[in-house]
Design a protein around this ligand. Structure first.
Ligand code: ATP
Ligand code: MG
Ligand code: MG
Ligand code: MG
Length: 439
């Protein structure tokens, strides 16, 4: 992408309305724009990151055996009357009437709809286990939308729903998601700790929230510090290995970790003093097992091996990709801007042309731009006729992991500069060496 032809509306001023650093940086870097309270447009740079986050979420869901579909954002009130949640959900639900005065709603979650789909097709235990997920916009009319996309009203959610014949099967499905979540967040450079959690309006009895520690987090959390150094399950994890998965989950739940709703001060006392962490946290994911809470009232039943029909055991599993982006920035930035982990960076490399219009500099930049792009790297080429200071500031602000600085002085000696955003380290190399390093 040539910056001269891109749409990157950088803000010079720090927006006053933004209270936390991720919100400020997302606005300044031209990633998002507020269109109404808690409702954001994703500008091109923001959308690139969102797509990368979604790709990781999707890969790890698929790896664990979940299957993607896409359900609509608008749902019918009648569906929610079947589960009894239409009235119970309260003011967070955006209720809509269509032209025929039918009651509709903008989905805040999809348990009812996915249960309706399931019951329309699945009749036998032989078709289980099944886990269906989608990545779709949700709307919750939050009392206090704030912190940009951290707590917005319209937000993206990956929500998965598992169906099993019995509780033992459902626990295995739960464990699959638990492990998939550990991998998902780790791939984004985050240390997410699974914490015992309240099940809230969705109901049920087995539940963990995945929490990122951050001073700006809205939850109060208590946990054992050793979680920060636990090993993440490997890419080749066998998701069909029932005892193997269980032992991973057992390890990751062996030490104390709870949100304030579930906090047990007595149990926390047993954690050694130097390992006690009480901190603020951001909820980036949440998994539930809730048995037959929806399948029973909605009649989602299958025939068991004994010929008896019974309601399926279900779980639901959410991740907020839009909130995650804010959480990643909270965890990874400095005074100059965002520091993207490579896996979710909007661009892999920025090429900074220090003298646009100078034939030799232009040619060197163009060559590197072509080579890296051909190798499949996402490259942002700053080809604008601007002062070097502005280019450095932009590249730092938007947090591209690698910057290649190319100017006539260096080129006279056959050299360009390679800067690593995360550490600020700089190296002087030949153009060929830079290309070899970055492809
Ligand atoms: P919170 O406690 O922050 O209100 P929640 O418990 O209501 O979140 P869940 O119903 O568990 O949220 O939804 C699953 C995931 O969706 C959350 O873990 C979070 O990542 C994301 N999410 C929920 N509400 C919002 C929101 N208002 N803005 C952005 N992401 C959200
Ligand atoms: Mg909520
Ligand atoms: Mg919550
Ligand atoms: Mg939750």
């Amino acid at each position: 992408m040539r910056l001269s032809r891109y749409f990157l509306p950088i803000l010079r001023e720090t927006p006053k309305e933004a209270e936390i650093v991720s919100h400020r940086l997302m606005l300044r870097a031209g990633m998002i724009r507020q269109e109404a309270a808690g409702i954001y447009a994703w500008l091109p740079l923001g959308l690139r990151v969102l797509n990368k986050v979604n790709a990781i979420v999707r890969e790890e869901q698929n790896r664990s055996g979940a299957i993607e579909l896409l359900m609509p954002t608008i749902q019918s009130a009648d569906l929610w009357r079947e589960s009894g949640r239409y009235d119970a959900y309260g003011k967070e639900m955006l209720r809509i009437q269509d032209r025929h005065e039918r009651e509709m709603l903008f989905g805040p979650t999809n348990e009812e709809m996915v249960t309706e789909i399931f019951r329309g097709y699945v009749r036998s235990y032989k078709d289980l286990p099944l886990n269906l997920y989608h990545i779709q916009w949700k709307f919750r009319d939050e009392v206090r939308p704030r912190f940009g996309v951290m707590r917005s009203r319209e937000f993206l959610m990956k929500d998965a729903y598992s169906f099993d014949l019995d509780q033992a099967g459902a626990v295995h499905s739960y464990n699959k998601m638990f492990v998939a979540y550990l991998r998902t967040f780790a791939r984004m450079g985050l240390k997410a700790i699974p914490m015992r959690a309240d099940t809230g309006p969705i109901g049920g009895n087995l539940s963990h929230e995945f929490i990122i520690l951050a001073s700006t987090g809205e939850s109060e959390v208590f946990c054992h510090a050793d979680y920060l150094n636990f090993d993440i399950p490997a890419e080749n994890t066998d998701f069909d290995d029932i005892p193997g998965l269980q032992s991973t989950v057992d390890k990751w739940t062996s030490l104390y970790a709870a949100t304030s709703e579930m906090h047990d001060a007595g149990a926390f006392e047993a954690v050694p003093g130097d390992k006690k962490m009480s901190a603020r946290g951001i909820e980036v994911g949440h998994i539930f097992y809730f048995g037959t809470k929806y399948s029973e009232p909605m009649g989602a039943k299958v025939m068991g091996p004994d010929g008896q029909e019974r309601p399926v055991h279900m779980g639901s599993y959410g991740i907020g990709p839009s909130r995650l982006i804010a959480a990643i920035i909270e965890a990874s930035h400095d005074e100059n801007g965002i520091i993207w982990p490579e896996a979710v960076a909007p661009f892999d490399v920025a090429i900074l042309n220090l003298k646009a219009g100078d034939a030799g500099t232009d040619a060197a930049c163009e060559r590197l731009y072509r080579e890296l792009s051909a190798a499949g790297r996402d490259v942002l080429y700053d080809d604008r006729d601007e002062r070097p200071g502005g280019k450095f500031a932009t590249a730092d602000l938007i947090g591209v992991p690698w910057q290649v600085v190319i100017g006539p002085k260096g080129l006279a000696e056959g050299k360009v500069e390679l800067k690593r955003r995360a550490t600020g380290e700089r190296e002087t190399l030949s153009l060929d060496d830079v290309a070899a390093r970055l492809v």
